[in-house]
Design a protein around this ligand. Structure first.
Ligand code: PMP
Length: 415
């Protein structure tokens, strides 16, 4: 006889045991999962069998991988693997404690020193992820008496970081400098807010366009706005690898430069680079730093080495751009609409959501892994297959991908 309360449902598990769960939770999960499935939005996650490189294996099949953020191919770099192994041997597999208590390793300090040198700032602080940076940094500085001007296409982690701060969030039309100026003026002249911040992605991840930083900085100077750039997709890509802020030569004019160590750097983690007093403040006031253990010794050492490599040579960044230009030209030549990307991010805009998903599925069946991105991630009717070329792709791989696109484009009557 099962012993459970009447407001709890018992679920018989595959192993013959049972699991007790709230009826309200069961109802919530059933309804919401069913709803997503009925709208074709339930994401079945593919399992990559082995390393995430220019080709990957899924379901026993090898595919050309155009879906990673591994821009420079560093996720599988042999030097970084060796450095990570050495860090495990010398420092173990974990940091041991939250950094303020007992978990700041020499490797973390060294990583931060290198990030600051790389970004051209006085100091830097590292976090466990890019997502965590936005949870940490915005709410350490902004509160309910402040306002944040946020581009409508900003990344989810920026949106969540803004919400966490409880500041008034003022949505700005995407890269619309007139709208930004108007809303900055209104916010400042209202006298309602102690501080006003303007926050933007450096490179917008769904379209590959670059934020108009020179104009943003000019407006910020006019209205004394705090400037915050999340450069997850610009670091390792623009400004000889140092990012969008460097690309525009604005290192002295942007207060917060956020980056991730999980994309071009190839490892995991994130950072904020800026003036020393800002970084000092984040070390005492940002909660993910104060209450969550730092990245492992291997992660810190491999990230630091990757930054060394980028500071020493521009070769991988150049290779990335060569490959990106090659793929873009090839797809455009075949008649595809590749949008207005200014960076290696290469969307193939299809429009209709179902057609986009079908296209991506056909690519998969034909040996190319490129994901469909549809509403609500992008506006309705602008579904696209997003391609992420990397420095590690060979021309043969890109040729094969372009040929596959052509085959499916013709098959589906699109080109
Ligand atoms: N910010 C932006 C703009 C991003 O694109 C991403 C990654 N999708 C993140 C932050 C999160 O970075 P991470 O994966 O290191 O948490």
């Amino acid at each position: 006889m099962l012993n459970y309360k009447s407001n709890v449902s018992a679920i018989i598990t595959g192993e013959g045991g049972f699991f007790m769960s709230s009826k309200a939770l069961e109802q919530f999960l059933d309804e919401h999962i069913e709803d997503l499935k009925s709208r074709g939005l339930y994401n079945e996650i593919d399992i990559v069998e082995g390393a995430n490189g220019p080709t990957i294996q899924i379901g026993g099949r090898e595919l050309i991988n155009l879906s990673s953020n591994n821009y420079l191919g560093l996720a599988t770099n042999n030097t970084l693997k060796q450095v990570a192994n050495e860090a495990v041997a010398s420092h173990g597999v974990g940091a041991g404690a939250v950094r303020t208590i007992n978990g700041t390793l020499d490797l973390h300090k060294e990583l931060e020193r290198k990030i600051a040198a790389f970004k051209g700032t006085e100091a830097a602080i590292s976090y466990q992820s890019g997502f965590n940076c936005n949870m940490a940094a915005i709410s350490a500085v902004m509160d309910r008496n402040d306002a944040i001007l946020s581009d409508e296409l900003n990344h989810a982690s920026i949106i969540d970081g803004c919400r966490l701060s409880k500041a008034k969030i003022i949505r700005v039309n995407h890269s619309d400098m007139d709208d930004l100026r108007k809303k900055a003026k209104e916010a400042v002249e209202s006298g309602q807010y102690n501080k006003v911040m303007v926050i933007t992605d450096g490179v917008f991840s769904m379209d590959g366009d670059i934020a108009k930083l020179p104009e943003i900085v000019e407006i910020a100077e006019e209205f004394d706005l705090i400037t915050y750039v999340d450069d997850a997709h610009g670091s390792g890509v623009l400004g000889n690898g140092a990012g969008t802020v460097k690309h525009f030569g604005l290192q002295d004019k942007v207060d917060f430069q956020i980056g991730t160590l999980s994309k071009a750097i190839g490892v995991v983690g994130g950072y904020v680079a800026g003036k020393k007093n800002l970084i000092d403040w984040l070390k005492v006031a940002s909660r993910p730093f104060l209450f969550s253990t730092a990245v492992t010794p291997a992660d810190a050492a491999a990230s630091a080495k990757a930054i060394d490599m980028l500071m020493e040579s521009n070769e991988l960044v150049q290779l990335l751009w060569e490959n990106a230009d090659y793929l873009k030209a090839g797809l455009k030549d075949k008649g595809f609409d590749i949008g207005n990307s200014e960076t290696p991010i290469t969307p193939v805009i299809i429009g209709d959501e179902q057609l986009t998903q079908k296209f991506s599925k056909r690519l998969f069946e034909s040996g190319v892994y490129a994901k469909s991105i549809v509403f609500p991630t992008v506006p309705r009717g602008t579904g696209r297959v997003r391609n992420m070329p990397t420095a590690a792709h060979t021309k043969e791989m890109l040729d094969q991908a372009i040929a596959t696109y052509e085959k499916i484009g013709k098959e589906m009557g699109m080109i």
